[in-house]
Every structure is written in structure tokens, then in C-alpha cells.
Ligand binder design. Structure first.
Ligand SMILES: [Mn+2]
Length: 315
């Protein structure tokens, strides 16, 4: 049975993809995103599709669910908010298996589903994905982490999270290599060059904080910074802006040709960033979403100021 794995290209997505690949070793692995999965699904030719760590956008969710319903077998593991344009039962009806939990990582969800069918040690990958997504505060992860040397696990997860921030590991081919290595039971630090890449990234991250401390601006409850040359550090850039200016919400905005890529980080879970991102982006004809502490949006060029206003009013 031909299997295709579609996963997100961040740490949690790659780890979840690796767990799927441990279960289906002959599968092809492809990376996708919430904004492109509708398009990508139309080109998938497989009898079984495993989707993991991909959120559904408000706009595309109904069409995606319809498309999934036409496939032979779909297994879907995700922890992003379900958009209001569909119901959880709509997804459940159109796929063979749907595991969803806002508090757990996608890696944990997929590991729990396949744990009896893959080697026990693959739980490491689930733990890496959980830590990578700040979702290690679940009963499952807290319990499993006690079985291993957590310092070694933290070293390995940092190797992935930081290592993929450099150009050398930016491409989908490089990321596919990481997924394959993990699926075989080897560790991130076994991948040639990844530890070194993580070291370069961590240096750049500390330098970045110094720059942001000097340059971050504020708007009401928001601290923000725009168009830094180091585009790979969107999350930390947003968070450091909030930290440096002591605001609850930090934003990093990167201007592209026709839209602005907005990364949002909150210093607490209470803000509910996913809702804020969706609503503020909707108001300027963009699209947004994510988690309660980490979210993002794509908004048309020229609407950034209005976007900030809407956000600040909602906070
Ligand atoms: Mn995730």
C-alpha cells in the first residue's frame, strides 16, 4: 500500500513525520504548510496519506475536509485549533483516524497511536517533538522523560531546533534526511554537520537579542521589529522584542513582495494568540492562526499598522 506522509517542516512536524516513517518505512515524506496543503493534496497519489502537524486555515478547511473524504485512507494527527468554518466531527467523518489535542504535540499524538507497532526507543522522537513545540508539559511526556537522561534528550532536541535554522539544513531535502535518520533510530547529533549548525545558530540567537534590544519598537501592548536580515529567527525575534520591551506580545514582521509575514509570540498562554492572529488578520484581509503562545499571519503589504491597532484593541 503506497503511503505518503505530509508533515510540517519544524521540529514537531519533522519528529511526527519520523514516527510515521518508522511505522511505514517505505513511505514518501513531503513537507507542507497550512496555506499550501489544499494545493499539495491535489497532487498526492497514494493509497494511504498520513498528515501530521498541519493546521487547517479557516478559508481552506471546508475544501480540505471534502478532499480528504475522497481519499482511500487518511490518518491525521494534529494539535492546532480547529477553525470555526468546520466542526471536529466533519474531520472525523472524512478520515480513518483523527487524533487531536490542543495541549499535546503532534509528535506525542502520533507516537501514542503507533507506539505498540514501533520500537520503544522511538519515544525519544516524540519527546524531541514535544519539547520543540513547547508541548512537553503533558502527563505522557512528563512520565516518559523519567525513563531517560533528560539532559541528553535536551541536547538532541536543541540540535534539531537550532540546527535547522541555518541555510545548510533549510531545504526540504536536508530536512527529509533528518526525518529518515530519526525514523531509523539514530539521533539528531548523528547527522553530519547538524551539531555544528546548531552552534552557529545559538551564537546568532544571542547576537540577535542584542540587536533587538536596541531596535524593537512598541505600539500599546505590543513590541515589534520589522525586516531583520536573519529571517530564520522569526520566533525568537518576536519573543525577544516582547522581552526587551517588557510587553505581553512580541511581533516580528518580514516584508515579502506582496504580503507581510507576521510571527507572533506571547510571554504567557493567557493571550490566546491563535484567536488574536486570526481575527486581526481577517480584519485586514489576511490569514492567521497557530497556538495560544505562538502564532503567525500573512497580511497584505501596507496593512501592518492597522493590524497592530486591531491586535492592541483586542488585547
Ligand atoms: Mn506542532
Amino acid at each position: 500500500m503506497k503511503t505518503v506522509i505530509l508533515c510540517h517542516a519544524d521540529c514537531d512536524g519533522m519528529c511526527a513525520g519520523a514516527i510515521a516513517l518508522a511505522k511505514y518505512p517505505d513511505a514518501d515524506v513531503f513537507f507542507t504548510k497550512p496555506v499550501s496543503i489544499l494545493h499539495d493534496l491535489q497532487y498526492v497519489d497514494a493509497e494511504r496519506i498520513v498528515i501530521t502537524d498541519i493546521a487547517l486555515t479557516r478559508k481552506d478547511a471546508p475544501s480540505i475536509v471534502k478532499l480528504l473524504g475522497k481519499q482511500k485512507e487518511v490518518l491525521y494527527f494534529d494539535h492546532h485549533t480547529i477553525p470555526r468554518t468546520i466542526k471536529k466531527s466533519d474531520i472525523e467523518k472524512s478520515v480513518k483516524r483523527y487524533d487531536h489535542d490542543l495541549d499535546a504535540s503532534s509528535s506525542e499524538l502520533i507516537y501514542r497511536h503507533f507506539q505498540k507497532e514501533i520500537p520503544r526507543e522511538r519515544v525519544w522522537i516524540a519527546i524531541y517533538g514535544a519539547i520543540g513545540d513547547y508541548s512537553d508539559d503533558t502527563e505522557f511526556v512528563k512520565e516518559r522523560i523519567l525513563n531517560w537522561d533528560r539532559r541528553a534528550l535536551f541536547f538532541e532536541v536543541s540540535t534539531i531546533v537550532l540546527g535547522i535554522k541555518n541555510e545548510q539544513f533549510e531545504s526540504y531535502d536536508a530536512k527529509r534526511r533528518i526525518v529518515k535518520t530519526l525514523a531509523k533510530g539514530e539521533n539528531p547529533s548523528d547527522i553530519t554537520g547538524l551539531v555544528r549548525s546548531a552552534k552557529i545558530a545559538v551564537n546568532r540567537e544571542f547576537d540577535l537579542y542584542e540587536i533587538i534590544k536596541k531596535k524593537a519598537k512598541t505600539y500599546g501592548n505590543i513590541a515589534y521589529i520589522k525586516d531583520l536580515p536573519s529571517f530564520g529567527f522569526r520566533g525568537p525575534s518576536a519573543l525577544f522584542a516582547a522581552t526587551a520591551r517588557n510587553k505581553p506580545l512580541g511581533i516580528y514582521a518580514h516584508t515579502r513582495d506582496r504580503y507581510v509575514d507576521v510571527t507572533m509570540r506571547a510571554r504567557s498562554k493567557d493571550l490566546g494568540l491563535n484567536e488574536l492572529a486570526e481575527d486581526a488578520a481577517d480584519a485586514v484581509k489576511g490569514a492567521g492562526g497557530g497556538h495560544s503562545e505562538a502564532a503567525g499571519a500573512k497580511i497584505p503589504v501596507g496593512t501592518f499598522r492597522t493590524f497592530l491597532q486591531k491586535l492592541d484593541r483586542m488585547i
